[in-house]
Ligand binder design. Structure first.
Ligand code: PHE
Length: 345
C-alpha cells in the first residue's frame, strides 16, 4: 500500500522532469496541474497518514521535493516561453505601425515672459546682449556708483567665491550696463536679460535666484521724457492698452533721478484687489537717468551724452500675468506645473 503511494509520487516527479510543453497554453496547463489551487500534489499530503511511521519523514521530504521541482520547472518554462514570444514578435515587426508619441514639452514661464519682453523692446530698436553671472566687485557695485561701505550694498547682499573674494554672483543685470558702456561707443540702445542672485531667505515671495531684464539707452539729448515714453510703451504692450504707469520717486546709486515703476493693476482695473493689495498699482521694476559718475566710470563723456536705464523682475511679471502665488514653483521644475504654460496669453 505504502509502496504504491511512493510509486505514484515518483511518477509525478518524472512527469515534471520530462514535461516539454510547446505552447504558452501548455505551460499554463502545467501550472494548473502542479501549482494551481487544486493541484495534484495537495491530496498527497493527506496520504501521509497511510504511511508507516518509519517512512513518514522520507515521504514528507519526497512530496516537498516534488513541489519544489514543479516550481523550478514552471519558472524555467515561463522564461523560455517569454523569450520565444519576443523572438516571434521581432519576426513580425510591423514597420507601418504608428510610432510612440513624443511629448513636445513647453517653454518655462520665465522664458515665455523674457522672450516677450525682448520682442517688445526689439520693435523699438533695442538690441539684446548678455554677460557673465560671476562678476567682480567693480562691475556689480563700484562702477555703478556704489562704493564699498555704501549702505545701498546692504540691500543687495550676495554670494562670494571662496577662491577669489573679488568675485561674486551678480545681484542685478545692471553690471551688464557697465560692461556694455566700457566696450561700446554711444549711441547704445540695448536690453540685457539674465539670471541674478541675492542672499535672501527663500519664501513664497523671494528667492536667492531670479531673472531681470535691464534696459540701457545712451545718446545725445536723451531725456526723462524718453524714459517715461519707453516704459509706457512697454507696459501697454505687455499688460494691455488701458494700462497706466506711475513713476514713484526712489533712490538707486547709479541713476539720478530714480523712480520705481508701477503699473495700474490690470487684474482689477484699478478697483482694488489682493494682487495690488487694494492700492490699484503694482510695482514691476526700477528706472532712472544714468548718473554722470557712471558714464565717466565707463569712459563716456557725461557733458555730451545722457541716458536712461531700467530694470525689471521677470518672475514678478510672470507671477502677475499667470497669477502664480509662490515664486518657488518657478524653480522646482515640476512638470505638472510647467505643462500648464503655453506661449500665448
Ligand atoms: N538694478 C536695480 C535693482 O536690481 C534696478 C534698476 C535698474 C534701477 C536700472 C534703475 C536702473 O533693484
Amino acid at each position: 500500500m505504502a509502496q504504491e503511494i511512493f510509486d505514484k509520487v515518483n511518477a509525478l516527479l518524472a512527469e515534471i522532469e520530462n514535461a516539454a510543453p510547446s505552447s504558452n497554453e501548455e505551460v499554463e496547463q502545467f501550472r494548473i496541474r502542479f501549482l494551481g489551487a487544486k493541484n495534484v500534489l495537495k491530496p498527497l499530503f493527506g496520504e501521509i497518514r497511510n504511511i508507516p511511521n518509519e517512512r513518514k519523514k522520507e515521504f514528507g521530504q519526497l512530496v516537498n521535493s516534488v513541489k519544489q521541482s514543479a516550481e523550478a520547472k514552471f519558472q524555467a518554462l515561463k522564461s523560455q516561453a517569454d523569450e520565444a514570444d519576443e523572438a516571434a514578435d521581432a519576426g513580425n515587426l510591423d514597420m507601418t505601425a504608428p510610432g510612440e508619441p513624443l511629448s513636445v514639452g513647453s517653454r518655462h514661464p520665465v522664458s515665455i515672459i523674457t522672450n516677450r519682453i525682448v520682442e517688445t523692446f526689439s520693435r523699438i530698436g533695442f538690441t539684446v546682449a548678455q554677460d557673465r553671472e560671476i562678476e567682480d566687485d567693480w562691475h556689480n557695485f563700484t562702477a555703478l556708483n556704489t562704493p564699498e561701505d555704501h549702505p545701498a550694498r546692504d540691500m543687495q547682499d550676495t554670494y562670494y567665491l571662496m577662491d577669489d573674494p573679488e568675485k561674486l554672483l551678480r545681484t542685478h543685470t545692471s553690471s551688464v550696463q557697465i560692461r556694455t558702456m566700457e566696450n561700446t561707443k554711444p549711441p547704445i540702445r540695448t536690453i540685457f536679460p539674465g539670471r541674478v542672485y541675492r542672499n535672501e531667505t527663500i519664501s513664497a515671495r523671494a528667492h536667492c535666484q531670479f531673472h531681470q531684464v535691464e534696459g540701457l539707452y545712451i545718446d545725445e539729448n536723451v531725456s526723462f521724457a524718453d524714459l517715461k515714453q519707453t516704459i509706457e510703451y512697454f507696459s501697454k504692450e505687455m499688460f494691455g492698452h488701458n494700462t497706466k504707469i506711475r513713476l514713484r520717486p526712489s533712490f538707486f546709486p547709479f541713476t539720478e533721478p530714480s523712480a520705481e515703476v508701477d503699473i495700474s493693476c490690470f487684474i482689477c482695473g484699478g478697483e482694488g484687489c489682493n494682487v495690488c493689495k487694494y492700492t490699484s498699482w503694482v510695482e514691476i521694476g526700477g528706472c532712472g537717468m544714468v548718473d554722470p559718475n557712471v558714464l565717466e566710470n565707463c569712459g563716456i563723456d557725461s557733458k555730451k551724452y545722457t541716458g536712461f536705464a531700467f530694470g525689471m523682475g521677470v518672475e514678478r511679471i510672470a507671477m502677475l500675468k499667470y497669477r502664480i502665488n509662490d515664486i518657488r514653483l518657478l524653480f522646482e521644475n515640476d512638470v505638472r506645473f510647467l505643462n500648464q504654460f503655453t506661449s500665448a496669453f
